[in-house]
Write a protein that binds this ligand. Structure first.
Ligand code: SF4
Ligand code: SF4
Length: 428
């Protein structure tokens, strides 16, 4: 009977998850190309260093250490959860114990990390609720963002408590238990004198609570900021390899410039059917690239980017974290309608102005501090430059000082308001 219940729950979980994944896939289909994904060796290397070894996280040694321990512990516990799924389907108990040493390492590590993670999660909850850590706040961090974070942290805490309970009462109920449990084995003797039925009942409740929490958690993640648990590793893998700050030229504009400078060679080199893009830069969500969107899904809202942003620090409107959060927010607002009604759908708003003010866009110094600090290699400046590209190229809506410079470049070939012929006047 319990096997049937388990299989039904598993099928429902996979079904709901597949539905959410399909919805996200549909939203990805709305996005524009970013760059070709090549150099797999470099990408794997970067993923190992930045994602698995959590390199950037350690810039803040205390919080970084705790976060890294939670991440590594999660990976080990995940392997242990595979055994639970097999046990649930087959009606076995600790089916992978025959793996011997490997099993002992994985299960022993999982047991140790369950307590470490529980402790650090309590610290994270206290930090978020009682301590006034600047980077966890900000105008973009609404009440719902804090509730989302606290719910996910509470769920992880419950996962760890149920895992510990499962291990403790498994040991208490078996004199010949399988595996190694460095912490639970120390606690279990406190309960060995309980009635066997009670021990089994508490073990079973812990087992079922743990697996059901995993099923709920997996399906809640796509709608939470904790979706980074799934998206952070792919985001690091797909992050740009070109130096930060290097602007991507638009082929159609490069061609125009070449035509102006040398019409004959440029005509000869111009690729066939090289039409200008439907829109220059980014106005709304249908203009963002798949990389912009995956960035927004991977963002942990940790605020490390905003904490180092010189514009934000000096009191400007700009917060790079908010920019990234706005992409996900706008996609959630408009994406499903675009999927349903096609690209002509309009709700009368756009990402620029509805969620991101021009003032924010122009406050950026393009220093790249945010992108260098982000533990998930999110590339904010490229996105901000594309917003500017739209304002300048489609609306000529640059600030007045810039418009004067543009006019000078157009007329004089230089940013100053003097004619070309007068360039050497200063020598006299
Ligand atoms: S690149 Fe722009 S958004 Fe990023 S830290 Fe510098 S000023 Fe802030
Ligand atoms: S963009 Fe990166 S640094 Fe900024 S809040 Fe998101 S994950 Fe943190």
């Amino acid at each position: 009977m319990s096997q049937v219940v388990f299989i039904v729950l598993l099928v429902i979980t996979i079904g709901i998850f597949a539905y959410s994944a399909f919805k996200i896939y549909q939203l990805f289909k709305l996005t524009k190309p970013a760059y070709p994904v090549r150099d797999f060796g470099k990408r794997i290397n970067r993923t190992i260093v930045n994602a698995f070894f959590q390199q950037r996280i350690f810039r803040n040694p205390v919080a970084g250490f705790m976060h890294a321990m939670v991440f590594w512990g999660f990976l080990l516990i995940l392997v242990g959860s595979i055994e639970m799924v097999i046990d649930g389907i087959a009606g076995t108990e600790r089916v992978l114990a025959s793996l011997g040493l490997v099993y002992n390492i994985v299960i022993g590590g999982g047991d140790l990390f369950a307590y470490i993670i529980a402790l650090f999660i309590i610290v994270f909850i206290v930090r978020r609720t009682l301590l006034n850590v600047n980077r966890l706040h900000g105008k973009e961090m609404q009440k719902r963002n804090h509730i989302d974070a606290l719910l996910a942290l509470t769920m992880i805490l419950l996962l760890m408590i149920s895992l510990a309970g499962m291990n403790i009462f498994y040991i208490a109920g078996h004199s010949d238990y399988q595996g190694v449990y460095p912490i639970s084995a120390l606690i279990a003797p406190l309960f060995v004198n309980m009635q066997a039925d009670t021990i089994k009942l508490i073990h079973d409740i812990s087992w079922w609570s743990h697996i059901i929490l995993i099923f709920i958690f997996a399906n809640a993640l796509p709608y939470s900021k904790h979706f980074h648990i799934f998206m952070s590793i792919p985001n690091v893998f797909f992050s740009r390899l070109t130096p930060l700050g290097k602007m991507t030229n638009m082929d159609s504009i490069t061609k125009e410039v070449k035509l102006m400078m040398n019409p004959e060679t440029a005509f000869a080199a111009a690729p066939e059917g090289d039409a200008p893009p439907a829109r220059f830069g980014i106005l709304d969500i249908e203009d963002v690239t798949w990389k912009n969107y995956i960035d927004s899904l991977a963002c942990t809202q940790c605020g490390r980017c905003t904490a180092v942003c010189p514009a934000n620090i000096t009191g400007k409107e700009l917060s790079p974290r908010k920019m990234v959060m706005n992409i996900r927010q706008r996609m959630k607002m408009k994406g499903p309608h675009l999927v349903k009604e096609g690209n002509d759908y309009s709700d009368g708003f756009s990402l620029i102005r509805k969620l991101i003010k021009e003032e924010e866009i122009w406050a950026c110094t393009t220093c790249n501090a945010c992108a260098k600090e982000c533990p998930l290699n999110i590339d904010h400046p490229t996105f901000i430059l594309d917003l500017r590209r739209y304002l300048v190229m489609e609306e000529s809506a640059a600030p007045a000082q810039l418009n004067a410079i543009f006019a000078n470049i157009e007329n004089n070939g230089a940013p100053w308001q003097y004619s070309n012929e007068d360039r050497l006047n200063w020598t006299e």
